[in-house]
Design a protein around this ligand. Sequence first.
Ligand code: 3PY
Length: 251
Amino acid sequence: SRVSLRPALAAGTPLIGAFAAIPSPMAVEILAASGPDFLCIDGEHSPIAGERLENMLRAAQVHGIPALVRVPGHAPEAIAAALDAGAAGILAPRVSTVAEARAVIDAARYPALGRRGAGPGRAAGYGPGIPDYIARANDETVLAVQFETVEAVENAADILSLPGIDLAFIGPGDLGVTLAAAGQPGADALDAAISSLAAAIAASPVAAGIFAGTPAEARARIGSGIPLVIMGSDAMMLGEALRSRFHAARA
Ligand code: 3PY
């Protein structure tokens, strides 16, 4: 059964999730059973696509947890494949210009908003549900764009004025890297860029989200008015838990 994050995003409900980066339906089941509001399967930085992606989506659905998919880039084929496989929505990485945002909207939305192809196999139950799915998908699937470059900070307001985007997700890691490359290293420049993005998003009808490395950071972001947080990944948390256990056993 399809679950939709859209009402929660529209209401500004705090939503805490994590990246599913381990390319395994079993890892998704462990993550989904651990209490997230949603999860985001990471096809950008992990080797996840095709049938494996489909099985990871199935695993999340077994537990009733909405699963977004971070696609590897802006290729319409990858965006359509994730949505057709039953993703609750997609997160497009590195959206920095209006042209890039338009390309992603085109791929993720059916006409008139975009040009998504009408073959939603698994997402529509493989058959009679297709017309109904196509009629509802623009209102029910999530299109999230990731702001993570200096260019995105400059273009955020213009990008957010385009119809069809539900969520703007801030990536502090890449943002810090691109700020440093532009001659603005350090925490203060990063904080200023994040504040500028958060203000642009707050002034738009689009919901705000951000990556957080720790529970304390997640709480602080939610307290600052950014309701959706992706708190690390299953791979990071597995490493963290194992390191702490080995360390404790040897203490
Ligand atoms: C970033 O922080 O840049 C990320 O991509 C995390 O999702």
